[in-house]
Write a protein that binds this ligand. Structure first.
Ligand SMILES: [Zn+2]
Length: 496
């Protein structure tokens, strides 16, 4: 017995040593020496005024059935060419899909004679359209939703964050670079879709056909879909730069339950309603398991460097502490969503009269698919869990998750290095975008697709996107312009 105890104690000592060693290897709070580039050279007030003008052009995506407001989209194209003359003098622009804009800034080394040495182009993706303002909420805005008002250090209005702020910051960077005579070594594209909020089929979809027709293949693209989070990740004060390397897919399943009709005074043991209720519970009671893998592990390791030793000990030893960490992450809907395919019943309908047995009842369940799953597998799993042939399960629209882009490739490294240079002391980590962006269309013609807007987002910003009082801090705009400038210099500057 005593011998056994000694063995156990020895085992525990070894375990503790391994855990401490792993934690030490991970390192403590990073004291990275960084030179922060100056972004004061950008005139924030002037950028704010130009973003305000862009917001006043109401490029609203109402629905797939509605015709886009041709005047508003022509207006924003016209506005950009007037506001950014130097950029427009060096970039070629084409209108694609009636309203989307494709800019090409030809590289000096991209001609036919540079042959195999030419680097593939880079694509900067953004979108010109905005979501509508919900009817009846207009008066709740501190400044009217399409005023583009500059107030309290911010530009206010629909599209300020999503996504005209990004369009403007990109154009500001191009204008400055063009004005200084900068000529990129490789081709740079600005790809501004006009229907991202409706799925991007007519904008990004047609831009890609257009580029394919011209034989364009991109090294990598950068788009909205993530950014720097401040006060969003619990326990971390510094901004966390989440560079997204993939986005979730989505599928909507329609469950249809069938039962015997008739009078409610003589019911069978089950009606269509009770059959359907059990089907819905079968999927919600069996959620997809949460997994700590890939990006999530890299994310936790990056955060661990900022944590006190006790928590670092936990993060460094996920092989042991994984279940504990998963339980903590599960408590927050946002982090939980990054760890698995989510299941959300959103609509349920059945029956018309209190004394008539319904013959049919329908439920709609929306899934957001983690890159490790796929549309058909989600349907099959639902059928298996429901296990009732009185219920049919159909796919009512969906899209696969995006491929996983490299977290060590040229694009990722350039985005990370530029972020350190402009923002200084931040925590960097790869991430997963939970919503859809135009980027998923580009997987076809680009080796890697990243989603990262160089804005610092606070928790209330997240509610303002697609909500009331959308606004962007002027500081975010001028810093983003400097960031895009620095990134373009880094990846398309002349060879030394
Ligand atoms: Zn957007």
């Amino acid at each position: 017995m005593k011998k056994f105890l000694i063995v156990v104690a020895g085992g525990l000592t070894a375990l503790v040593l391994v855990m401490v060693a792993r934690t030490a290897m991970m390192g403590g709070g990073s004291e990275t020496a960084v030179t922060r580039a100056s972004f004061a050279v950008y005139d924030g007030d002037a950028i704010a005024a130009r973003l305000g003008a862009a917001i006043r052009l109401q490029t609203v995506s109402k629905s797939l059935e509605a015709t886009p407001d041709a005047q508003a989209f022509a207006g924003i194209a016209q506005f950009l060419s007037e506001a950014y003359p130097a950029a427009h003098a060096v970039m070629e622009r084409e209108v694609v899909g009636d309203y989307s804009l494709v800019y090409k800034w030809p590289g000096t080394d991209s001609g036919a004679d540079s042959g195999a040495n030419a680097q593939k182009p880079i694509g900067f993706i953004a979108h010109l359209d905005v979501v509508p303002v919900e009817t009846g909420t207009e008066d709740e805005w501190t400044r009217p939703p399409f005023s583009g008002a500059v107030y309290d250090g911010s530009v206010w209005g629909r599209g300020a964050l999503d996504n005209k702020g990004q369009v403007i910051a990109l154009m500001e960077a191009a204008e400055r670079l063009a004005g200084e005579g900068f000529a990129p070594a490789r081709d740079i594209y600005f790809l501004f879709g006009h229907d991202e909020e409706l799925g991007g089929g007519n904008g990004a979809g047609k831009i890609i056909s257009h580029l394919k027709d011209r034989g364009v293949s991109l090294a990598w693209t950068i788009d909205e879909g993530s950014g720097l989070a401040q006060g969003i990740v619990p326990g971390i004060e510094k901004p966390v730069a989440l560079i997204s390397t993939a986005e979730k897919g989505s599928v909507t399943l329609r469950f249809t339950a069938r039962g015997q009709g008739g009078h409610s005074s003589t019911p069978a043991p089950d009606t269509a309603v009770s059959i359907l209720a059990r089907a819905v519970l079968a999927v919600t009671d069996n959620p997809y398991p949460l997994k700590l893998d890939g990006n999530v592990v890299a994310f936790l390791h990056a955060l661990a460097g900022e944590m006190p030793f006790s928590r670092r000990l936990i993060m460094a030893n996920l092989w042991l502490t994984g279940p504990l960490v998963k339980n903590q992450l599960k408590a927050d809907a946002l982090t939980a969503a990054s760890l698995h395919t989510t299941t959300a019943p959103t609509i349920i309908r059945g029956g018309e009269k209190s004394n008539i047995l319904p013959q049919q009842a329908v439920a709609i369940v929306n899934y957001r698919i983690h890159p490790r799953d796929n549309v058909e597998a989600v349907r099959e799993r639902a059928v298996r869990l429901i296990d009732d042939d009185r219920v049919t399960v159909e796919i009512a629209g969906g899209r696969e998750p995006s491929p996983q882009s490299s977290a060590s490739g040229e694009g990722y490294r350039a985005i990370a290095a530029t972020t350190m240079a402009i923002f200084g002391d931040v925590v960097l980590a790869p991430a997963l975008t939970l919503q859809g962006t135009d980027s998923r269309h580009y997987a076809d013609i680009a080796d890697d697709n990243y989603r990262f807007t160089p804005f610092v987002y606070t928790p209330d910003d997240l509610q303002r996107i697609h909500g009331t009082d959308e606004r962007v801090k002027i500081e975010n705009l001028s810093r983003a312009a400097a960031w895009y400038e620095a990134l373009m210099r880094r990846v398309a500057g002349a060879a030394p």
